[in-house]
Design a binder for this molecule. Structure first.
Ligand SMILES: [Zn+2]
Length: 397
């Protein structure tokens, strides 16, 4: 009982037309159980084989006008629960979906949707290919090149989506240097580095929240508490941050030294950079278990790590340059440059990371500036400007 023809896509009509051609069954009639169905692709078509427990399943095959959908209706049949689930196929596949439904009077209907966007369906038909098997054969125009190209397109689009996801600046970790029992450096009037770094961090977060409401801000600390150096990067990693910004104040025995430096992780190229890194790293002495905790933080490992983090170096450098020029332009502070040094706090974050020395707390004038609301606001706003520029630069790609 194979019927082929055009169809108005109205499901109820199928039931009616089927009901007319199906005589009433004696109640004792055993149902022919659908055991499974298998889909197999060929170079120029698809075969869908429906296997039954007994011979001679009764079926009807109807196609829609545009060959985009067909319906296989099987009478006096049953199927297991797991076959009742719809199947959807990947975008590059010639079939979009196979959806079974159970109709009254032990009728099962499969709606088969074809992928007419990527494939030109030439014909489809259903036959009894074995005594207990219904085979739907779908022929499409075989154009390997266009199929290949469409697959390439699909995977490229996906790749672009992934890349964009990667560069979607959605999480930033702000790391206020020092804290708690570790005050950092201090100024002549008693200003503590830990308080300046926290104040700038909170102000920066506020500006970023207003300017980029969709960016999530993570703090390594937002109160006066002690956080080990290696914990800070871990917090950023756990939240899958896209940027890590560590805020500090510089210090020198030369009280006339002043200005701004921005660092990225690397081998120190000057003795001055080494001295600053050593001072910032010395906080680990405040950690009880620092000897075992930072065992692997050797100069040798720093070389390896710097190479491993090469992927982030370009971006870290780019952000460092932006932050350095924004701060010095907006505050008038002395530009001391972008440098590399082995700051331990920059070892753990797996993302572009910088450390900002916002000014010399040991310089009387700069201490005053760093202590002021105005100074802190200007620095915070400058870093936010730099992040906005960085975002444009990298998200646009
Ligand atoms: Zn510091």
């Amino acid at each position: 009982m194979e019927v082929q023809g055009t169809y108005s896509e109205e499901l109820n009509l199928i039931k009616l037309s089927f009901a007319k051609t199906t005589p009433d069954l004696p109640p004792t009639m055993q149902l022919n159980q659908l055991i499974d169905y298998k889909v197999e692709t060929k170079a120029n078509g698809v075969l869908i084989d429906f296997n039954f427990s007994r011979d001679s399943p009764k079926f009807e095959y109807i196609k829609s006008n545009k060959e985009s959908t067909s319906y296989l209706t099987i009478a006096q049949s049953s199927l297991t629960d797991e076959l009742l689930f719809s199947k959807t196929f990947k975008k590059s596949y010639p079939i979009k979906s196979i959806q079974p439904i159970l109709l009254p009077q032990s009728i099962i209907q499969f709606t088969i949707e074809f992928n007419t966007k990527e494939f030109k369906i030439l014909s489809s038909s259903a036959t009894l290919s074995k005594p207990n098997q219904i085979r739907i054969q779908v022929n499409f125009k075989s154009d390997i090149k266009s199929i290949y190209e469409s697959e390439q397109r699909a995977s490229q689009t996906q790749h672009l989506v992934d890349e964009r996801q990667k560069w979607n600046l959605d999480v930033i970790t702000l790391d206020a240097g020092h804290g708690g029992k570790d005050p950092g450096a201090n100024g002549s009037t008693g200003l503590l580095e830990k308080n300046v770094s926290l104040a700038i961090s909170l102000k920066l977060a506020q500006i970023l929240k207003e300017q980029f409401p969709h960016i999530k801000i993570i703090f390594t600390r937002d109160t006066d508490k002690f956080v080990p150096l290696d914990e800070r990067g871990k917090i950023a990693n756990e939240h899958q941050s896209k940027l890590f910004i560590s805020l500090h104040c510089n210090a020198s025995s030369n009280i006339s030294a002043y200005g701004v430096e921005v660092y990225l992780l690397g081998l120190h190229k000057t003795e001055a950079a080494l001295a600053i890194a050593e001072r910032e790293n010395s906080v680990i002495n405040a950690e009880v278990d620092f000897k075992t905790r930072y065992e692997s933080y050797t100069e040798e490992n720093l070389i390896t790590l710097t190479m491993a983090q090469n992927a982030f170096i370009t971006q870290s450098h780019s952000l460092a340059e932006l932050v350095h020029s924004e701060i010095t332009f907006n505050t008038g502070q002395q530009p001391r440059g972008v440098r590399q040094a082995g700051f331990m706090v920059l070892w753990t974050p797996s993302m572009p990371s910088i450390l900002v020395e916002t000014g010399y707390i040991t310089n009387k004038d700069e201490e005053k500036f760093l202590a002021s609301e105005e100074g802190q606001n200007k620095i915070a706003q400058s870093i936010a400007n730099a992040i906005a520029k960085y975002k444009n630069k990298y998200e646009a790609q």
